[in-house]
Design a protein around this ligand. Structure first.
Ligand SMILES: [Zn+2]
Length: 285
């Protein structure tokens, strides 16, 4: 009886091992999964400024940003990271209902001072894309203000540590002139090598600060050439973002290049912005 029991136990163990092995072997390599069409809105912010005199197209009041979060919460939208959308298409990871991406470009100190506490308060997420060289320069600054300063890497780290923020690549030192577009007459291979060197430098800083490698490249000023997306894809990124005020209709991972974003200016209410601008042509199945 005891031997039979031992044998049965051994057989069950063997069966369990076989299931695990066959399960592992049978697991398909999930890549570029075809999904039901998704309508994804990406909002582009830059900075928040308390003083009316400092508010402009790129600096809106913290109250406006709160209004946006309030609006999204009330209507059941879920803020997600771009990495979650990439994983949704590349590895089958789940994505919450009604996803929206909030992005902050350039890495201003006011993202940390004003936006971050609001993200914490509302339990929401944002993608911040700092300019590498600006964050490096900020390390030496003694006199700083949320109005004009950049985040230091340790401030960016604090935000990513919270789980409310992820960092993506906005170049190390291409936030000038034609941005990350190809120079006139530049050979595609030279362009590849030039971008690789710059983006790698920004990646290294972001990895050191957040422990996570950027998967997306955010075009400075939205400036790009016809070969930019393909060049950045070759460099190993899964997504690029531009500044076109349009919704994104996504079917597969290939659609994550040149994701459009709505610039959020502070002159209209959250309701006006989301209902009459962002979700105006929302895709309905
Ligand atoms: Zn920028």
């Amino acid at each position: 009886m005891f031997i039979i029991f031992r044998l049965r136990k051994a057989a069950l163990c063997l069966l369990a091992v076989l299931i695990v092995i066959s399960g592992a072997a049978a697991k398909p390599a999930l890549k570029n999964i075809q999904r039901a069409p998704m309508c994804l809105a990406v909002v582009m912010y830059h900075g928040l400024c308390r003083e009316a005199s400092g508010q402009n197209r790129y600096m809106i009041s913290p109250e406006r940003f709160r209004e946006d979060l309030e609006y999204l919460r009330e209507r059941g939208y879920n803020t997600v990271f771009i990495s979650q959308v990439i994983a949704y298409y590349n590895s089958g990871a789940p994505l919450p209902e009604k996803p929206v991406i909030l992005t902050f470009d350039d890495g201003y100190l006011n993202n940390y001072t004003y936006a971050f506490p609001l993200l914490e308060e509302y339990g929401m997420k944002a993608v911040i894309s700092p300019i590498g060289i600006s964050a490096d320069r900020e390390e030496k600054e003694k006199y700083r203000s949320p109005r004009w300063s950049q985040c230091k890497w340790e401030e960016l780290k604090k935000m990513t540590d919270s789980g409310r923020v992820e960092l993506q690549n906005h170049s190390y030192d291409l936030h000038k002139g034609i941005g990350a577009a190809k120079r006139p007459g530049e050979k595609e291979e030279d362009y590849y090598v030039r971008l690789k060197a710059d983006l790698k430098k920004a990646d290294e800083r972001i990895i050191a600060a957040s422990g996570k490698a950027p998967e997306a490249f955010v075009y400075p000023f939205g400036s790009k050439s016809s070969c930019s997306d393909e060049t950045i894809r070759r460099l190993g990124y899964s997504c690029t973002m531009d500044c076109e005020n349009k919704l994104n209709y996504l079917y597969s991972a290939g659609d994550l290049f040149s994701l459009h974003r709505f610039i959020r200016t502070g002159d209209i209410s959250a309701e006006d912005f989301f209902e009459n601008t962002v979700f105006r042509e929302e895709y309905h199945e």
